[in-house]
Structure formats: structure tokens, C-alpha cells
Design a protein around this ligand. Structure first.
Ligand code: MN
Length: 202
């Protein structure tokens, strides 16, 4: 099996009260694990992909054999997105971004409050299941986008530095239908150090 479920970088309850332990356990142990299992099953049907990295599967999704392309898109995307998502959160995190990424956010959006408003609008406005993203271009500029399902910016050749899962499974136990409340709380666990490291690696 080429892909395995990565361990959470913190305990499931570490992001309480913003993200509850049961949501984390189900999200990581059931949902993310299912993407890994289903991705491995798809690759078993297309052994020529066995040597591909997860990044390559996303970046070159258009050249994945058509017989497994949708399965790889959904489950490879799901594995990539969630592996990143866990790393972009941490206990005792949140606040305003400093460093180079903080400056890039201010340059693009005016200030952090304005950026949060626009990012939230993208996340709330994503109909159904999907993700909101902050992407960085090679020239250092940053922009907000959103994607449906488990698609991600890498599938379009872009570099995501921040991502927010807005599938109901990410928030329903604690927030029910109140996606905006989940987004407001999520800012308290954003690990800006990890975002800044991804920004530097653009
Ligand atoms: Mn999810």
C-alpha cells in the first residue's frame, strides 16, 4: 500500500474548544483514513501510478488513467488536503500572522481583518462541500480561492499555503449548520508559523 494515514501532530482534544475531540477523531480516523484506503485501492487498479508521489498525483491529475482518474482526484485530493490541514492547525495558535506571509497578506488585502472577511466569504460561499484556500504565487503575491469536493490548488498548478475544510463533517457535531461560527473559531487554531514556512517554500 503506497499511502498511509499520517498521525495527527497533536492530541485529538488539543484544539478544544474550537474544534472538539470527537470531530477530530472521526475526521482524521474515519474520513481521512477512508481517503487513504480508497486512494490505495485506485492505485492497485492502475499499478503504473504506484511510484507517483501524492503531489504528483494531484499536479498531474489530467494524465492519470481515465479509469481511475475520478477516484484519484477525490481520494488523492482528500489525502493531500487533510494531510496539510492537520499541519496548518495547532493548540495555542491563532492571532495575526507575522513574518513574510503577514506582509504579503497586508499587501494583498489591506490588513488582516479585511483578509479574514474575504477568506470567510469564500469559505461560506462555497456551496456544498469543499475548501477555501490562500495560495501564493512565485512572485510572492497571495490570493484567495475555493474549490469543490476534494479538489485543491495543486491540481491547477498553484501553491496552497493555507486551507480550510468546509465539508459538514469538519464542523457539524459542534456547530451543526453554522459554518460561519466554525470559521470564526478556526482562526484561533491557525498555525501561522506553518503557513509562513509554506509561503517561503513557494
Ligand atoms: Mn474533511
Amino acid at each position: 500500500m503506497p499511502f498511509t494515514l499520517p498521525a495527527l501532530p497533536y492530541a485529538p482534544e488539543a484544539l478544544e474548544p474550537h474544534i472538539d475531540a470527537q470531530t477530530m477523531q472521526i475526521h482524521h480516523g474515519k474520513h481521512h483514513n477512508a481517503y487513504v484506503t480508497n486512494l490505495n485501492a485506485a492505485i492497485e487498479k492502475a499499478p503504473e501510478l504506484a511510484s507517483w508521489s501524492l503531489d504528483q498525483l494531484c499536479r498531474e491529475i489530467a494524465t492519470v488513467p481515465e479509469s481511475v482518474r475520478t477516484a484519484v482526484r477525490n481520494n488523492g485530493g482528500g489525502h493531500w488536503n487533510h494531510s496539510l490541514f492537520w499541519e496548518l492547525m495547532a493548540p495555542n495558535a491563532g492571532g495575526a500572522p507575522g513574518g513574510a506571509v503577514g506582509a504579503a497578506i497586508d499587501a494583498a488585502f489591506g490588513d488582516f481583518a479585511k483578509f479574514r472577511d474575504l477568506f470567510k466569504a469564500a469559505a461560506v460561499g462555497r456551496f456544498g462541500s469543499g475548501w477555501a484556500w490562500l495560495v501564493a504565487a512565485k512572485d510572492g503575491s497571495v490570493s484567495i480561492e475555493s474549490s469543490p469536493n476534494q479538489d485543491n490548488p495543486l491540481m491547477e498548478g498553484r501553491h496552497a499555503i493555507l486551507g480550510l475544510d468546509v465539508w459538514e463533517h469538519a464542523y457539524y457535531l459542534r456547530y451543526q449548520n453554522r459554518r460561519p461560527d466554525y470559521i470564526d473559531a478556526w482562526w484561533n487554531v491557525v498555525h501561522w508559523g506553518a503557513v509562513d514556512a509554506r509561503y517561503a517554500a513557494r
